[in-house]
Every structure is written in structure tokens, then in C-alpha cells.
Design a protein around this ligand. Structure first.
Ligand SMILES: Cc1cc2nc3c(=O)[nH]c(=O)nc-3n(C[C@H](O)[C@H](O)[C@H](O)COP(=O)(O)OP(=O)(O)OC[C@H]3O[C@@H](n4cnc5c(N)ncnc54)[C@H](O)[C@@H]3O)c2cc1C
Length: 404
């Protein structure tokens, strides 16, 4: 078993690490200052566009897309360590490299399932980083971790579809650059097969009947860097029938295909977030003294740092194994491992960031360190993309099948 990265990955890692040092970390404070001066907090600070231009110039662009026709053509195993690096600055680096959710998942859906006209209209500007997008599935009224509960209607009316429903926590939708929603709804709510009732449809933001109502908060944060998480109402919004992605009834299958890569990308970035937390923890421990001793000399701090390092090494191996399986036997064959990393990574990273916060005292929960925001981001990943319990249920059932 060879644990080394291949030559292409090493080359991109070196480039990306230099890009982070030279451009991304210095831009963190600049972006904060610029955002404070913007007319709307949802507008994009100028420094983000500068980062995008520089990343593109350096070939650090669309790294997530395995299809070389559209993206960098990297395998999951090659992309994993790169996504980890971008996770160290989750507000800026994924957007700078055009590798930010939910655009990544949406671009994957469009590259795999959209027709030529849909690709031209929406995939091309997304690949170029000219517009942003959102994925609208979750609804406040129903338990949306079970996609068969979705109630939004997509009704055929002549040459059009009419969309009616209310969604929330739609990431990215507060950003005015978010021009397109991929909406999951039901075209056949009474159909016999509950997994064939759903379809996905493209709904432009400026469609009459579409209202982006408000920004939902996450632990009191509005998450400006990720375009917020909006409540969006579709009130008899009409789009041409050609806006459907794939066929009627195909929505459930597309959703499944979309989530495999999305989940592993989140886990890769989470490991980067944990690495940042460990670095901050060590720097702080080395520079603060309490009761006559550097914090770095306290046994409890040693335990926190050692445990964090051990955990990150374990998680990284599991994520890399999952990436390798996705490349070699496909997302279906890697089902158990994808669920395992989705269960293991957010909760372990939450724990590491929590220790780092503790070590920083009040500073840990303040806006002067990235820890509080990292914590909020990692904690929500125990819910978003399917709550832990849903993955535990399905993983345990497969395990039990061997015995019952
Ligand atoms: C920051 C953030 C960003 C998000 N971005 C998006 C987005 O861009 N687009 C989008 O469509 N959605 C998005 N979501 C929504 C997210 O996908 C849903 O919150 C998630 O799927 C859970 O659905 P729900 O909130 O309706 O919870 P419910 O389905 O009501 O579940 C609530 C809880 O019930 C328990 N539970 C559920 N099923 C089981 C089970 N089988 N066994 C045991 N316990 C169970 C779990 O503890 C679960 O957390 C986002 C959420 C957050 C927090």
C-alpha cells in the first residue's frame, strides 16, 4: 500500500499552499474590512474577485470536477488533499478556486444530467465563476431528511411547469450573484413509487413568483461568505418545460448522485478546518502564560493536542480510503465508507475546534479568531447533507443484514 500522493497532486498541493500563504490568509482581514463597508453584507468583497482571478491564472480552478471536459479532471484521491487545504480558510479559499458548495454539487448535476441548452445557459457561467447557484430541497413544514416528504409541487401546464412551495436553509441564495436554483419538488405526488414522485427543475432567480424572503441564521451568524441560508418562496413560479433536469420522476436518483461527492468534499474541508484549529491551539498555548506556566506546559493541553492529532490522522486515512474507493469501485461501492466519514468527521472536528476555543478563552468565541465561525460551520454539518442519525440508520441496517 502506497500512502504517497502522486506527482500531479504534489505539484498542485505546492501551488495551492503557496496561494494560501501569499493570497488567501492575507485576504481574510481585508475581506472583513471590505464587507463592513459594502452597501449590502450579501455583496461580494472586491478581494474575493481578485482571489478568483489569481487562482484561475494559476490553474487552481474547478479542481473538484473529475470530468476533464469541464474541470481539472482530478480523481477524488487527487482532489482530497487539495480540498483539505482550502478548508483551512473555508470562507475564502473554496470560492476563490471555484470549488465552493453548493455550486460544486450543482455543476456536477448539470454536467451529468443537463441537456446542451441547459449546460450552455447555466453550467458555462458557473464554471467560469461568473454566477452562483443554490440547491433548494429542504422545507420548514416537513422532516426533509426524508426526501420523500417534500411537498413542493412542480405541475405541468402546457409548455410550462408551475412551481409552488416554501424552502429554507437554501445556502447561497442571499448572494445577489446567485442566479439559478435547482429546485427539488414533486411532479407526481400521488405516484405509486415514492422514489419516482420527485423531479429537479431549473428556476432562475428573477422568475416572477420567486421570493428570497430572509436569511436564516446559524447560531446567530448570517454566514455572509457562503451567501447565507435563505428562506425562499415559490408562488406559482412559471418556467418553460425545457427547464426540467433529466426526466420527470428522476429527481430522487439525481439527488443521490449529487450527494456522494458533496459529502466527501465537506469531510476533506473539515479536516483542513481541524488542522487550522490545531495550529491555532499550538500557537496560543506557546504564547500565553497562566499561573506562572506557559499553557503549552499544562498536561491537559498536551492531551488535547495529542488527541486532536491522532483523530485527524485517523479521519484523513478514512477519507482518503473513501476517495480511492469512489475512484475505483464507484460511489455505490463506496456507500458504507461515504456514510462512515459523514458520521465520523463533523462530530470529531467539532470536538477539536471546541478544545481550541476553550484554550483561547474568551478570544475563542470572539470575532478576532476564526474558531467560533469554524465551530458553527462544522456543527451544522452534523445536520446538513443528511443528519448523522439517518446515515447511522442506513449503515447499521447494512451491517445487520449480514446476520439477520
Ligand atoms: C447550514 C445549513 C445549510 C443547509 N443548506 C441547505 C441547502 O443548500 N439546500 C437544502 O435543500 N437544504 C439545506 N440545509 C438543510 C438540511 O439539509 C436539512 O436540515 C437536513 O436534511 C435535515 O432536515 P430537517 O432540518 O427537516 O430535519 P428533520 O428531517 O426534521 O430531522 C430532525 C432530526 O430528526 C432526527 N432524525 C431524522 N431521521 C432520523 C432517523 N431515520 N433516525 C433517527 N433520527 C432521525 C435527526 O436527529 C434529525 O436531525 C441546510 C441546513 C443547514 C443547517
Amino acid at each position: 500500500m502506497d500512502f504517497a500522493f502522486d506527482a500531479r497532486t504534489e505539484e498542485l498541493r505546492a501551488k495551492l499552499l503557496a496561494f494560501m500563504d501569499e493570497h488567501v490568509y492575507p485576504a481574510e482581514a481585508v475581506a472583513e474590512e471590505q464587507r463592513a463597508a459594502l452597501a449590502s453584507p450579501w455583496d461580494t468583497p472586491a478581494v474575493v474577485e481578485e482571489l478568483k482571478a489569481e487562482a484561475r491564472r494559476q490553474g487552481l480552478w474547478n479542481l473538484f470536477l473529475p470530468d476533464a471536459e469541464y474541470g481539472a479532471g482530478l480523481t477524488n484521491l487527487q482532489y482530497a488533499p487539495l480540498a483539505e487545504i482550502t478548508g483551512r480558510s473555508p470562507q475564502l479559499a473554496p470560492t476563490a478556486t471555484n470549488c465552493a458548495a453548493p455550486d460544486t454539487g450543482n455543476m456536477e448535476v448539470l454536467s451529468q444530467f443537463a441537456d446542451e441548452q441547459q449546460k450552455k445557459q447555466w453550467l458555462e457561467p458557473l464554471l467560469a465563476g461568473e454566477i452562483r447557484s443554490a440547491f433548494a430541497m429542504t422545507e420548514p413544514e416537513v422532516a426533509s431528511s426524508d426526501a420523500t416528504n417534500i411537498t413542493t409541487l412542480i405541475e405541468r401546464d402546457g409548455d410550462e411547469y408551475v412551481i409552488t412551495g416554501r424552502k429554507w436553509y437554501i445556502s447561497g441564495a442571499m448572494n445577489p450573484d446567485c442566479k439559478i436554483f435547482i429546485v427539488m419538488g414533486k411532479t407526481d405526488p400521488d405516484g405509486a413509487d415514492i422514489r419516482r414522485q420527485q423531479s429537479m427543475i431549473l428556476v432562475p432567480r428573477d422568475t416572477p413568483g420567486v421570493t428570497v424572503k430572509r436569511a436564516m441564521q446559524v447560531f446567530g451568524y448570517e454566514d455572509h461568505y457562503h451567501g447565507g441560508h435563505a428562506e425562499v418562496v415559490f408562488d406559482h413560479a412559471r418556467v418553460p418545460a425545457s427547464s426540467l433536469i433529466g426526466e420527470e420522476g428522476g429527481g430522487f436518483a439525481i439527488a443521490q448522485a449529487r450527494l456522494g461527492p458533496g459529502r466527501i468534499h465537506h469531510c476533506m474541508r473539515l479536516i483542513g478546518m481541524a488542522e487550522r484549529a490545531i495550529e491555532l491551539m499550538c500557537r496560543r498555548a506557546a504564547s500565553r502564560t497562566a499561573f506562572g506556566k506557559a499553557l503549552a506546559q499544562q498536561g491537559v493541553v498536551h492531551n488535547w493536542i495529542a488527541d486532536a492529532r491522532v483523530t485527524v490522522e485517523q479521519l484523513r486515512l478514512l477519507v482518503l480510503k473513501t476517495a480511492w474507493l469512489m475512484d475505483t469501485v464507484g460511489n455505490k461501492g463506496a456507500h458504507t465508507e461515504i456514510q462512515a466519514i459523514k458520521i465520523a468527521t463533523p462530530r470529531a472536528v467539532v470536538d477539536i475546534i471546541d478544545r481550541a476555543i476553550q484554550l483561547h478563552g474568551a478570544g475563542g468565541v470572539s470575532q478576532d479568531f476564526p474558531l467560533a465561525e469554524l465551530y458553527a460551520g462544522a456543527r451544522t454539518l452534523m445536520i446538513a447533507d443528511g443528519p448523522d442519525e439517518v446515515h447511522q440508520r442506513s449503515l447499521a441496517r447494512r451491517e445487520l443484514k449480514k446476520y439477520v
